[in-house]
Write a protein that binds this ligand. Structure first.
Ligand code: FEO
Length: 405
């Protein structure tokens, strides 16, 4: 029944859309869903590249069988072992017991560890080529984009790069999988949110991978999530380069926690100081309302970050603390920082914010505004000044990370 989309000669899209799951990795909201992409090459030999989340195993098998029309599946190539892609390995093996599972030494250990499958495997080394006929697949090991075993597969003759999570994004594929055949606007911010939250910690490995890809001439990028990139290849590669260098656009994210509006008023005032100084992109997030994945997306997107928090049990407001922890574990680099806080009887928040920025090694505004109880004129003016000081630091800020591609 299935008519799979042929994205290049004898390469068929057999992935699925997930409009059911609320949160990716049980953490990150999916307002536009997500796709799990898998590709089937039908040549003298047949090969499947990655699988899909096991929740969609039935439809996945139907799509593969519709394309193979009774032929065997010779190879399963595993670019990435996270279960949103490897989840159907055991199922596929049941349908195609002679299929050879292809991966590097780390992959094959994980196949056994997760699924108890250890037989009929082929371990490949970096740069090795597997011939299917006219399709010659070359393997490029790219560790930590996003797990230690991650690799990319390059179809030499057809100039197709199967990139794993790299260049992927949230959002289902509605009717077609090729970027040139759809309105791609909704994917850009979702690509940043995906990158920031999932791959964001691994900027250096992504830079190494981009360097490794530079000599390859590819006309299609087939990621494991989101559109197949054909028309916008240079844009997505450039985005990955920028994000993995932690390059921020001109703009400031203000994140605050506030129980009764006093710290919120400080945030509004800091924003006014920024705007007076010519900063046009000012994004304000109430940490208790905005989803943290969206805040982290914006922190990756913009150069400036100003955080405000009330003191709570002598510490940071817990929602702010939770967000900062998420920023710390992603190792965001090269930001301009400012902070402010408020307290009722003993100050604690600003001290913790100061420790945070010392850990992150970011450039920081000297002025720190710390108000006792309601905001008064002196500190109202100080909040305006904090906005102005961050605006000046932003103007003079230089990107430290080198350009790779
Ligand atoms: Fe889409 Fe790292 O898995």
């Amino acid at each position: 029944m299935f008519k799979n989309q042929e994205i290049a000669k004898d390469i068929f899209y057999v992935g699925v859309n997930d409009r059911q799951k609320h949160k990716f990795e049980n953490m990150l909201p999916l307002p536009n869903g997500v796709s799990y992409n898998s590709y089937l090459i039908v040549d003298e030999k047949t090969a499947l590249i990655d699988t899909v989340d096991i929740s969609f195993g039935d439809i996945f098998i139907d799509k593969i069988q519709a394309q193979l029309k009774g032929r065997p599946l010779d190879y399963l190539i595993i670019n990435h072992m996270e279960p949103d892609h490897s989840g159907s390995i055991r199922l596929i093996r049941k349908y195609y017991p002679d299929m050879v599972i292809v991966g590097n030494n780390k992959t094959l250990g994980m196949v056994e560890g997760y699924y108890g499958v250890a037989d009929n495997t082929l371990e490949i080394k970096d740069g090795e080529v597997l011939s299917l006929g006219t399709h010659k697949l070359q393997f490029h090991i790219t560790p930590m984009v996003h797990w230690p075993e991650t690799m990319m597969t390059y179809d030499i003759n057809h100039k197709v790069l199967f990139s794993g999570d790299a260049f992927g994004c949230f959002g289902t594929l509605d009717g077609t999988v090729i970027d040139a055949e759809m309105n791609i606007e909704k994917y850009w911010d979702e690509m940043i949110r995906y990158y920031a939250n999932i791959v964001g910690k691994y900027g250096n490995p992504v830079q190494k991978a981009l360097k490794k890809l530079t000599p390859l001439d590819f006309e299609l990028i087939c990621s494991t999530h989101g559109p197949v990139w054909k028309k916008y290849i240079s844009e997505v590669v450039d985005m990955y380069d920028q994000m993995s260098r932690y390059h921020g656009e001109d703009g400031v994210v203000i994140v605050y926690g506030s129980m009764y509006g006093n710290t919120e008023l400080m945030a509004e005032t800091v924003a006014q100081g920024l705007a007076e100084s010519g900063v046009k992109n000012i994004i304000i997030h109430n940490v208790s309302k905005s989803d943290s994945s969206v805040i982290i997306r914006d922190i990756f997107k913009y150069k400036g970050l100003i955080v405000g928090s009330p003191t709570y049990c002598n510490e940071l407001y817990p929602e702010v603390e939770s967000l900062l922890r998420k920023v710390e574990i992603r190792g965001v680099k090269n930001r301009v920082f400012g902070c402010f806080g408020s307290y009722t009887w003993a100050s604690g928040a600003v001290k913790r914010l100061t420790t945070f920025v010392e850990t992150m090694k970011w450039q920081t505004a000297e002025l720190k505004v710390d108000e006792k109880q309601g905001l008064k004129t002196v500190n109202y003016d100080a909040c305006l000044e904090l906005g102005r000081e961050v605006a000046v630091l932003m103007k003079n800020h230089v990107d430290e990370a080198p350009h790779c591609v």
